[in-house]
Design a protein around this ligand. Structure first.
Ligand code: ADP
Ligand code: ZN
Length: 525
């Protein structure tokens, strides 16, 4: 039935209608598509569910030749290709799970011009035989999915991704589009650089998901708290993310004993078991999925009404991606993070034991996550400022906004800190900055001549711990930022100029006025 004639239009919207059945593009999609069609290398940052796929698929359909899609998740390739087939688009994948006969057939189809999109894993792409094959193809485009994997600043670094720069070397005239749902500033820069992109156009869609409520609860009596939360949301679907495989199973069992339709999912299960529970979840036969982070990638369930983190994630990128699985239909959905110091300690232990090359970075990312949980300013502002996006007003849809802390005008404190940071040329980390502000006569201060700068001692009225606390608050709201690539030096953040030069006020919370975590007030009628 799909045998209708191919479109000849040069209007991307016609393709959106014909192949996807949608009437109009979401913000940015069309600009991105036009950028790619014009032959410019393009970087796309769009949250999960934002609609990245059409940004390379429509150009792939419109341009002559084959679009090679690099995707790290072999398990998802099949689903993606099947979804394309359902839309009447010719696509295939090549990976190590196929027999060589299957692979040869696909290669023959591609050479015969029967395939518009060819999905490959990075390992496969980098093999020599693959290169010989690619050289015979007419290539329309390279699409690098999950492009943050290329950066060691990212949260999901995959070394094989770093070799993708060979694509530009061998195919300098093929346009490259890189797509990701999570990337902080350094990761973004890294993506363009490591792919050897040529003056790329960068599109950053808003990461704001106002329909997701944000709440942090103390990590005590978690089970009772979960039962209470679930009872408030009967007949809704949601995910409870746990740290260990074992705890997904035990939590699911305990919930079943209480009469909930709960299941579990983790990477230790067989592929068959996993696809079975996943299917049940999609069909609402399981309402509550107790899962490790293995669950969720590529699962397109629009009516997930809540996401609970039984344990704190390791970094803000992961947290954001995981809560982003809720409310994809745009309806109000709730997210709850249980936070305890024990979890942080467990991570630190695990990290230090594994001793990865980027241990310092991972610990710093963990600390940012902890600061989010500890924060007493609008949590959404913290999340967005992490992705260098400014939310001008507190969101009104997080627990802090609903239970505001007592604040005071901390503008002078912010200005002192910023001024010292600039005079120190944005080169010193937090503790040293505090020493300078407090007029310490430590070796490090004196040896570097920091006692000579104008703001030396300007913050002597505050204790060391108070400064630490305020600086963390200033980082959280984007007045200051941490340069992970420069030994964690503190730098002026996106709001820094506003505070220094444009009279922007900063509200701070005194450390004593900040409860560690605030439990939601029960709603009174
Ligand atoms: P991402 O890859 O960014 O997570 P997808 O490309 O999978 O997101 O798109 C998420 C959902 O949004 C899909 O169901 C997709 O069909 C839908 N979608 C994409 N573009 C549009 C559009 N212009 N109008 C309506 N729905 C869209
Ligand atoms: Zn808020």
């Amino acid at each position: 039935m799909i045998a209708s004639a191919p479109l000849t239009s040069d209007n991307p919207t016609d393709y959106l209608k014909r192949y996807y059945g949608y009437d109009r593009f979401r913000p940015m999609q069309e600009d991105i598509i036009r950028s790619v069609l014009s032959g410019r290398d393009t970087v796309v940052l769009m949250p999960t569910g934002g609609g990245k796929s059409v940004c390379f698929q429509i150009p792939a359909i419109m341009k002559p030749g084959v679009c090679v899609v690099v995707s790290p998740l072999i398990a998802l390739m099949k689903d993606q290709v099947e979804a394309l087939h359902l839309n009447g688009i010719s696509a295939a994948y090549l990976n190590s799970t196929q027999s060589s006969k299957e692979q040869r057939q696909i290669e023959a189809d591609a050479l015969a011009g029967k395939i518009k999109l060819l999905y490959v894993s990075p390992e496969k792409l980098l093999s020599e035989s693959m290169f010989i094959f690619l050289q015979q193809l007419q290539l329309s485009l390279f699409a690098i999915d999950e492009a943050h994997c290329i950066s060691s600043w990212g949260h999901d670094f995959r070394p094989e991704y770093t070799q993708l720069n060979v694509l530009k070397k061998h195919f300098p005239h093929v346009t490259t589009v890189a797509l990701t749902a999570t990337a902080d500033k350094l990761t973004r820069q890294d993506i363009a650089q490591r792919l050897d992109m040529n003056d790329p156009a960068v599109f950053i869609a808003s990461f704001n998901r106002p329909n997701l409520s944000l709440q942090v609860l103390p990590g005590t009596n978690r089970f009772q708290q979960i039962v209470r939360l679930l009872n408030m949301k009967p007949d809704t679907s949601g995910v409870i993310y746990c740290l260990s495989r074992k705890s997904t199973e035990s939590l699911a069992t305990k919930l079943q004993e209480k009469g909930f339709m709960a299941g579990f999912y983790h990477a230790g299960m067989s592929g068959q078991e996993r696809s079975m529970v996943q299917e049940m979840f999609l069909k609402d036969d399981i309402r509550i999925m107790c899962a490790t982070i293995a669950f969720g990638m590529g699962i397109d369930k629009s009516n997930v009404r809540w996401v609970i983190h039984y344990n704190m994630p390791k970094n803000i990128e992961s947290f954001y991606q995981e809560i982003g699985r809720a409310g994809r239909d745009g309806l109000n959905s709730d997210t709850v993070l249980f936070y305890s110091f024990a979890d942080v300690a467990t991570y630190k232990e695990m990290l230090t034991e594994n001793n990865p090359a980027n241990l310092g970075l991972q610990l710093a990312k963990l600390e940012r996550m902890q600061q989010y949980a500890d924060a007493h300013t609008c949590r959404r502002q913290i999340l967005l400022s992490y992705f260098s996006e400014e939310l001008t007003e507190p969101c009104g849809n997080c627990d802090v906004c609903r239970n505001p802390r007592v604040t005071f005008d901390g503008t002078i404190i912010a200005q002192k800190a910023l001024s010292a940071i600039l005079r120190l040329k944005e080169r010193v980390p937090m503790n040293l900055l505090i020493d300078v502000l407090r007029g310490s006569r430590s070796q490090q201060v004196l040896m570097n001549g920091y006692d000579q700068i104008k703001t030396y001692g300007a913050g002597a009225d505050l204790k060391f711990d108070e400064w630490r606390n305020y600086l963390q608050q200033l980082i959280n709201v984007g007045v200051i930022e941490i340069a992970y690539d420069q030994h964690y030096a503190l730098k002026k953040g996106i709001l820094g100029d506003g505070v220094l030069f444009q009279g922007k006020k900063v509200e701070l919370v005194r450390p004593d006025d900040a409860p560690k975590v605030v439990v939601e007030k029960p709603k009174t009628k």
